[in-house]
Design a binder for this molecule. Sequence first.
Ligand code: NAD
Ligand code: WQD
Length: 341
Amino acid sequence: MKILITGGAGYIGSHTIIEILENTNWEVIAVDNYSNSSEKTYRRIEKITGKKINYYNIDLTNLSLTEKVFYENKDIIGIIHFAAFKSVPESVEKPLLYYHNNLNSLINILKCQAKYNIPNLIFSSSCSVYGNLDELPVTENTPLNTPESPYAYTKQIGEKIVDDFIKINPTLKAISLRYFNPVGAHKSGLNGEVPIARPNNLVPYITQTAIGKLEQLTVFGGDYATNDGTCIRDYVHVCDIAAAHVQALQKLISDKNFPKHSIINLGTGVGVSVLEAIHAFEKVSNQKLNYFIGNRRDGDVAAIYANNDLAKKMLGWTPKYDIDEMMNSAWLWEQNLNKKQ
Ligand code: NAD
Ligand code: WQD
C-alpha cells in the first residue's frame, strides 16, 4: 500500500515517515520542494530506518507537476498533507505568499485525490485555528475565533475546504489534525527540526542558545496571570504526533464506519509554562540556560492547552512522552547537528 506524504522532508513529515517505515508495511512516496527543508532529510531517514523511499522534488502549487506523482503511482491509498509554510510572523509580512502556497497546494492535492480516487486524506491543521480563547482546555467544539495571523487563516480555511470537498465526494474520507506545539526529535538524535532562519519557536531557541549559536533567550513576558507569570502551552513530542498520523490513517483504511471528516486535537492536555520548559531543559542537559524575562510578544495568548479526549476515543491515541523527554531529544539532536557543521 502506497502512502503519499507531502512535506516529507520537513520536521513533522520526516518523523512521520520514520514512524511509518518502522511500524507498518506501507510504502512511502514523499513530495517536497525544499522551500523549508533539504533533500538531506531523506539520508537521515534512511540511516535511522535502513529503508529507501521514493521521493519527488515538486512544488505542489503547480497542478500538472503534482498530478505527475499520482499518474506515476496509481495505487496510492492515503495522503498525509503536511506541506505548507508555517511561520506566523512571516505570514503577517507576506500574506499573499502564505495564502497562495498553503491554499493552492491543498486544492491541487484535493483535485488529484478526487481524480485518482484516493480514499483517505489526513490534513495538518493547527491549534492556531482557535484564535484567542477564554475557556481551557480547548475541545474541538470550542467555537473558532478570528485567527490571529494569515497563517492561522490558511488552516481555518483549509479545514473548511477539506470539509466542503469531502462532503460531495462519496468515496473519500479525511481527518484534520489540530496540532498544539510539536517539539522534540527522534530518540536516536539523528533527526529533528532544522530551522533555516533564526528560530521563532521556543524549543529550537532554547537549544540553539545552549549550544552557543544564539546568545540569550528572551522569555516573552513574566507578568501573565499564570502560576509563574509566563505563558502556558501544550508541548507535544513530534514522535507522538507522528504516531497519531499512523493511527489516524489506519482507522480510515480499516474502519468502514469512520466519519467522513473528523477534526481532532493533538496535544498532551498538559499545560507547561515557559519557565517550566526552561527548567526541564536545564535538568536534562545538566546546564544553566542564559535567559532573561523580557517584554511580552505581540499576539501571544497567556495560556492554551488541549482537551485530547477525542483523539483517545477516535484514534486510540495517547501521547507517550513528557516535557523532559521532549527536551532531552531536542538537545541530543542539537548537539548532533552541531557536530556535523
Ligand atoms: P516544515 O516547514 O518543517 O515542513 C513543511 C514542508 O513542506 C517543508 O519541507 C517545505 O519545504 C514543504 N513545502 C512547503 N510548501 C511546499 C510546496 N508548495 N510544495 C512542496 N513542498 C512544500 O513544517 P512542519 O513543522 O513539519 O509542519 C508540517 C505541517 O504541520 C504544516 O502544514 C504546518 O502548518 C503544520 N503545523 C506545524 C506546527 C509546528 O509547530 N511545527 C504546528 C501546527 C501545525
Ligand atoms: C511558545 C511559548 C512564547 C520564543 C506557534 C504558532 C502556532 C503553532 C505552534 C503552527 C510562547 C514563548 C518563544 C522565545 C519565549 N504552529 N517564547 N521566547 O507561539 O505557542 O505557537 O507554534 O501551527 O500556530 O503560533 O509557539 O514556540 O513560538 O512559543 O518566551 O524566544 O514560548 O511567548 O509563550 P506558539 P512558540
